[in-house]
Design a protein around this ligand. Structure first.
Ligand SMILES: [Zn+2]
Length: 231
């Protein structure tokens, strides 16, 4: 046992780490979620399929190759409290862990084979300062660790803080979505197959807005991955 291990054992005596799902105390070998809850994660496994719900949701909105979602995001299910703690309660380890588990599922798949670079959906800099981190970047880091694919942070940026979509015409909404994100150096993404990563897909408007910005890079290919999918 190293000195750091000792210190960590010591601190858990006073601040026991608990599972983010069931609240049971974690073993020292566990991180964020206990093994029992980990087995219960409602995986979609849709990276093995085509024409699943998320793919149909995005069809025709942006040019893309594939999309995969890790788990079902359903009210009362395991995922909503995990995403909530990841986004609002400073539990960054949840993003890293779920990203890693997703990456382990994707490793060696047809879905992942052509992907060259992982790109998390960015937060507006003000939002990232407020939160202290970007949850999608943590998920992307977990994916990168499990797949050994490189990560690109800072080239796709969010330029609009919080677009309001109410009481706008269709054209205005389109203008709105089109200008939320920007690519600073398009040549960095040129001819690359990107994996765009977000936390949860609901209406698909965030991925669409990112896709519009990314599609301006010459020869780019876009696949997408999210931890949750709202059913
Ligand atoms: Zn648990």
């Amino acid at each position: 046992m190293t000195r750091n291990d000792l210190l960590s054992e010591f601190s858990t005596l006073f601040f026991p780490k608990v599972c983010a799902v069931c609240g049971e105390e974690l073993l020292s070998s566990e991180d964020a979620i206990c093994l029992r809850c980990m087995y219960k994660l409602p995986r979609t496994n849709n990276f093995r399929e085509k024409e699943h719900a998320a793919e149909k949701l995005m069809a025709g909105r942006i040019p893309f190759e594939r999309i995969a979602t890790f788990c079902v995001y359903a009210k009362g299910g395991l995922l909503p409290p995990l995403i909530h703690q990841l986004k609002y309660q400073q539990r960054q380890e949840i993003g890293l862990l779920l990203g890693r588990l997703f990456g382990e599922d994707l490793r060696g798949s047809d879905f992942l084979a052509p992907v060259e670079l992982i790109v998390p959906v960015p937060l507006h800099p003000r939002k990232e300062r407020e939160r202290g981190y970007n949850q999608s970047q943590l998920i992307a880091e977990g994916l990168s660790q499990a797949t050994s694919l490189p990560l690109s942070v800072g080239n796709l940026i969010r330029v609009v803080y919080n677009p309001t979509q109410t009481r706008r015409t269709r054209t205005q909404r389109w203008e709105n979505v089109r200008d939320i994100f920007r690519v600073i150096h398009p040549e960095m993404f040129q001819d690359k197959h990107l994996l765009l990563v977000d936390d949860v897909i609901t209406t698909g408007s965030t991925l669409e807005a990112c896709g519009i910005a990314l599609a301006r890079c010459r020869g780019v290919k876009i696949s997408m991955a999210t931890l949750g999918e709202v059913y």
